[in-house]
Design a protein around this ligand. Structure first.
Ligand SMILES: *[C@@H]1O[C@H](CO)[C@@H](O)[C@H](O)[C@H]1NC(C)=O
Ligand SMILES: *[C@@H]1O[C@H](CO)[C@@H](O)[C@H](O)[C@H]1NC(C)=O
Ligand SMILES: *[C@@H]1O[C@H](CO)[C@@H](O)[C@H](O)[C@H]1NC(C)=O
Ligand SMILES: *[C@@H]1O[C@H](CO)[C@@H](O)[C@H](O)[C@H]1NC(C)=O
Length: 598
């Protein structure tokens, strides 16, 4: 209960600190010795500099600000408790007597943004607050929008810092400047900004973040902190923190974003800070983690399989396309709809007892009483896209959903084929079956029909597919991945239950596909793999999900084509059979494999 309260207060103060316009401030009144204040130097204009290339503003969301504060306070608390880090000498940093809690500060954030907008890859010189406090600064270039691994790395400088610096900063052998600022005892406020732009000589790093700290930390010759038992010497107006036992409390910052336009040389062109950030917020893509909920770490033990590690862990939680993948790698809405419709048409054909081998054993598949309609699933689509984006023709090692349940997977790749050729090729495997009992009373599903049995596995209800196109042997291959949930090809479980179509659907028969049970739309969303794992949080799909799935035109089309279903499918698979026979001659042209559930 108490913790909830704390979080609530932090929220409120964050909202206050940046939504109110403060007083008019002339920063030329706040020089640092002989150095002019940064904002005075900029003539009170904080807009994005014309020198910035491909600039995008990316201000921290309130939840990110909270996380930044928490991260700092956790580090500070651990150090203060004497449990934070072992120094260069291999000894724990000793406890601190008056380590202060950090709080967010709107003015520091504003000054950080103002400097970040200049696209200069170095520290600014003078960044005093209008209450007179001097501020320190941490500035970094990172590959991903998540700043937490960078903060961790800065904190880890402690391992390279000698203990002598604690009492007199700069005198020990080695010292980490970032670390010293992060845990400077008398720093109570922090404010950060983040921007994205193209750097001259750093192609992989394009995100810059700037954090300003007041008071400025760690002056040479002065202590980084006072040794003593944790929170035993809290200064006036500060008391031991209830939760973070090593820290002394700090009151919420009162300073507000100042209005500098009154002192701008060209007043008409000066954009007040809040409108600057607000307009950007609306146009900029929101970080995924605000949309997708709790973060998931796919490097966790529970996402490991005997075949190896999870694809998302292998990709360092970055599912963006590998460079050898082409830009047109995403399935179009039409392709997704076609894949889904084709699957349901085929499942319906089987369920109605209309599938008959035209070669080999001439088997006729009996009717199915429990064949589910497949519906599109964005989580399965996300996994498929992440695999496809790796640009290698391979199955996932671990076909496991966020909740830990397995899904099935069909993959296909080739050159000069349509997406539908792949789906048809999977289906055409039904010709390879030599007896019905091996799929209707299976012990283990036969290998040569694994795609087919997954495609029409009655209990699978969800499908999500993705494609990629990438260079392989001097040509561009198309790679299709379809994931199915729940997974099919389960040992000892029949592909479907024989019986009258829809007899086992508990009354939920499909209106159009008379052989299928109706399935409710899937609500599952792509997992949040952004936070706090180091990942560029841009979405990997431009148009995730399947729009206008229940479009009336689409229904009309199915109704029209229903009558000649059987002939059409038999013909289609017959043609494919011929083709795939020919195709096999060209090694590597078309390959299909699938996952068995073990
Ligand atoms: C520690 O300091 C040494 C010497 O300055 C440097 O070579 C090394 O990379 C540093 N290690 C870390 C983890 O910062
Ligand atoms: C610590 O910070 C307070 C303001 O919060 C300031 O008045 C005081 O001088 C600082 N002490 C030192 C030793 O820097
Ligand atoms: C499967 O795991 C191995 C190592 O455990 C890894 O090298 C390989 O890249 C993984 N495959 C995929 C598709 O992620
Ligand atoms: C159905 O197929 C038969 C023979 O293949 C054909 O004669 C007939 O015109 C088709 N009907 C429709 C509605 O397409």
């Amino acid at each position: 209960m108490f913790k909830c309260l704390i979080i609530l207060t932090v929220h409120i103060f964050l909202a206050n600190s940046t939504s109110e316009i403060g007083p008019d401030v002339n920063y030329c009144d706040f020089p640092c010795g002989s150095h002019m204040h940064t904002i005075c130097k900029l003539k009170h204009r904080c807009e994005v500099s014309s020198k910035c290339k491909r600039f995008q503003n990316s201000p921290f969301s309130d939840s990110e600000k909270q996380k930044i504060i928490q991260t700092h306070n956790n580090f500070r608390n651990l150090i203060a408790l004497g449990e934070g880090c072992k120094s260069m000498e291999g000894k724990w940093f000793p406890p601190a007597a008056s380590m202060r809690e950090l709080v967010w500060d709107g003015e520091l954030e504003f000054q950080a943004q103002c400097w970040a907008n200049q696209c200069v890859m170095e520290h600014d010189i003078c960044r005093r607050k209008y209450d007179g406090q001097y501020a320190g600064q941490i500035l970094a270039w990172v590959r991903h929008k998540s700043v937490f691994s960078a903060l961790r790395a800065f904190f880890d400088e402690c391992k390279n810092t000698s203990l002598a610096n604690i009492d007199s900063y700069g005198t020990g052998k080695e010292w980490g400047g970032h670390f010293a600022q992060m845990i400077y005892w008398n720093t109570t406020q922090v404010g950060c900004a983040r921007v994205i732009y193209e750097f001259e000589d750093r192609s992989s790093e394009r995100v810059m973040f700037v954090c300003n700290y007041a008071w400025a930390g760690s002056r040479v010759g002065e202590p980084i902190y006072i040794r003593g038992s944790p929170a035993s010497r809290c200064p006036a107006h500060s008391k031991p923190h209830m939760d973070l036992k090593g820290l002394c409390t700090t009151n919420p910052s009162k300073s507000k974003v100042p209005n500098i336009c009154k002192f701008a040389k060209d007043k008409k062109k000066c954009i007040p800070y809040l409108s600057m950030v607000k307009s950007v917020r609306r146009s900029y893509w929101t970080p995924d983690y605000d949309v997708y909920g709790q973060p998931v770490n796919f490097c966790d033990e529970k996402y490991r399989c005997w075949q190896g590690i999870h694809t998302i862990c292998q990709a360092n939680h970055n599912c963006r396309r590998k460079p050898h993948c082409l830009d047109d790698s995403e399935l179009t809405q039409k392709e997704k709809r076609d894949i889904l419709n084709r699957h349901n048409e085929l499942r319906n054909t089987v369920a109605l007892g209309k599938l008959k081998q035209i070669q080999g054993y001439q088997l006729t598949f009996p009717q199915a009483s429990n064949m589910q309609e497949l519906v599109w699933d964005e989580e399965l689509e996300f996994f498929a896209q992440c695999l496809a984006n790796q640009g290698i023709y391979k199955h996932d090692n671990c076909t496991i959903k966020t909740d830990g349940t397995p899904f099935g997977q069909n993959i296909a790749s080739g050159y000069g084929y349509t997406i539908m050729d792949f789906v048809n090729a999977w289906y055409a495997e039904y010709e390879n079956l030599n007896q019905l009992s091996s799929v209707l009373e299976p012990t283990e599903y036969p290998y040569q029909t694994g795609h087919f049995t997954q495609l029409v596995y009655a209990e699978s209800m969800y499908i999500g597919c993705a494609k990629s196109r990438f260079w392989s042997n001097n040509k561009v291959d198309t790679f299709l991945v379809c994931n199915y949930g729940p997974a099919g090809n389960k040992k000892y479980q029949p592909m479907y239950i024989k019986g009258k179509p829809c007899a086992s659907c508990q009354g939920r028969c499909h209106r159009i596909y008379k052989g299928l049970c109706k399935t409710q739309p899937s609500r599952s969303k792509p997992p949040n793999i952004c936070k706090p794992y180091d990942y560029d949080c841009g979405p990997i799909l431009k148009e995730p999900g399947l729009k206008d799935y229940y479009h009336h035109k689409w229904y009309a089309r199915i109704k029209k084509s229903k009558k000649n279903e059987t002939q059409k499918f038999v013909r289609a698979s017959a043609v494919l059979k011929k083709n795939s026979f020919v195709l096999m001659g060209f090694v590597g042209c078309i390959t299909v494999t699938y996952n068995f559930l073990l």
